[in-house]
Ligand binder design. Structure first.
Ligand code: T4K
Length: 366
């Protein structure tokens, strides 16, 4: 029993299904630039995600960069965000020539501590950029209240939150915009891909220009844009995966719940709190290794690795502590974020993971 178990494994449709679905591309020779499949996927995802508007992108990171850019914030303005996330979140702010202001997170679910946001607002603050980390839903109501009071935009990093519903609404319908990642490692993938979701219709054209060089015609460029278009092979992968998504999420749920059942009484092992009113996607299975556990998080990580089980320390170190930002963007108090990043371990979870493998992993964790 020494096959590798990685933290996740891409969901892919049956080979024949994808091959059949991409065949028309050999007839049309139309491979990108908002083709037929791109448009179909945009329509289908708008319905599936239950959002008012959607714009597909080449990946989740560019979705975030361009969503921020579309807000036209003044250079150097401040964006309140969290460091307990993938590096993309912070990079997207900095690459827009804005300043990330790191807010602490809640120990209970790793999302931004809404009670600490107001204390970080200055006259330069323009936005709040919270992360639904692992699909744990932020305190949307309180965040919106603060944003309304101080006239701030809210852009959610919903990279982990594909298909989530909160209070019977698609998670991407909250705030001014949300971004999703359709990377190969996500619950739903288009190989690489992503999307921005939003309510304001004018944002659609703006994002279109930003992802397509600002081109309006063969001889007309109206604004400065990047290239962040999703290609047709990616869109077809999305259309195929979307057919199986409900089964995929159900398969994940069964495995997620098996983990919970096996680990719930292990001393020193904790889970993030569940929030009421959330329809989950079971994208990740993070555990917290407390000080009362027989082993430290790092010891557990090594113990699993010795058996070729590759759990991951998502998200350690904090983005604010990475050398590219060190000593640049300070925050007085990131106590909870720092603690969580030392305690968290994401265990393998994907549809094809055998129950027997989960039992073996849990034996090693216990
Ligand atoms: N915001 C947040 C909060 C995010 O978490 C992310 C991405 C983004 C924004 C940006 O979205 P994208 O631009 O990526 O769409 C992975 C993913 O690459 C990244 O998408 C994801 N977050 C992050 C949390 O995880 P790594 O560096 O851990 O990937 P890697 O290559 O180590 O892969 C992890 C495991 O996944 C492998 O051990 C096996 C499996 N895998 C990987 C690949 C590449 C597959 O099964 N198939 C594959 O093709 O970042």
């Amino acid at each position: 029993m020494d096959e590798k178990i990685l933290v996740t494994r891409s969901s892919i449709p049956p080979y024949e299904e994808y091959i059949e679905a991409i065949k028309p591309l050999w007839e049309t020779y139309w491979l990108t630039n908002m083709g037929k499949y791109y448009r179909e996927l945009e329509t289908e995802l708008k319905t599936y995600l239950d959002v008012p508007q959607i714009s597909l992108m080449v990946n989740g990171h560019m979705a975030l960069e361009l969503a921020i850019q579309a807000m036209d914030f003044p250079e150097g303005a401040e964006v309140i965000t969290t460091p307990f996330t993938f590096i993309s979140t912070t990079h997207a702010i900095v690459r827009n020539r804005l300043k990330p202001v790191f807010c602490d997170v809640k120990r209970s679910d790793g999302t931004i501590d809404e009670t600490k946001i107001e204390g970080l607002i200055t006259e330069n603050t323009v936005a709040i950029l919270p992360v639904h980390v692992y699909g744990n839903v932020c305190n949307i109501k309180e965040i919106q209240k603060i944003a309304d009071e101080y006239h701030l935009k809210v852009i959610y990093d919903a990279a982990h939150a594909f298909g989530l519903k909160y209070k019977d609404k698609g998670i991407g319908s909250y705030g001014d915009a949300s971004i999703f990642s359709f990377h190969a490692t996500k619950v739903f993938n288009t190989i690489e891909g992503g999307a921005v979701t939003f309510s304001e219709p004018a944002l659609y054209d703006k994002l279109y220009d930003l992802k397509n060089f600002g081109i309006h015609g063969e001889e007309l460029v109206v604004s400065v844009g990047a290239n962040a278009k999703m290609n047709e092979f990616a869109a077809v992968m999305g259309l195929c995966n979307l057919k199986h998504i409900d089964t995929a999420i159900e398969e994940r749920r069964l495995r997620y719940e098996r983990y919970q059942e096996l680990l719930k009484d292990v001393p020193g092992i904790y889970f993030f709190a569940d929030k009421q009113g959330v329809k989950k996607n079971y994208g990740y299975f993070p555990i917290l290794v407390g000080e009362d556990c027989a082993r430290t998080r790092d010891e557990l990580y090594d113990r699993l690795k010795e058996r070729k089980i590759y759990a991951r320390k998502y998200f350690y170190p904090l983005t604010s502590d990475q050398i590219c930002f060190e000593n640049k963007y300070k925050n007085i108090d990131l106590r909870n974020a720092r603690q969580l990043s030392k305690e968290v371990l994401v265990l393998p979870l994907y549809e094809g993971l055998e129950m027997e493998q989960i039992e073996r992993i849990c034996d090693l964790v216990s």
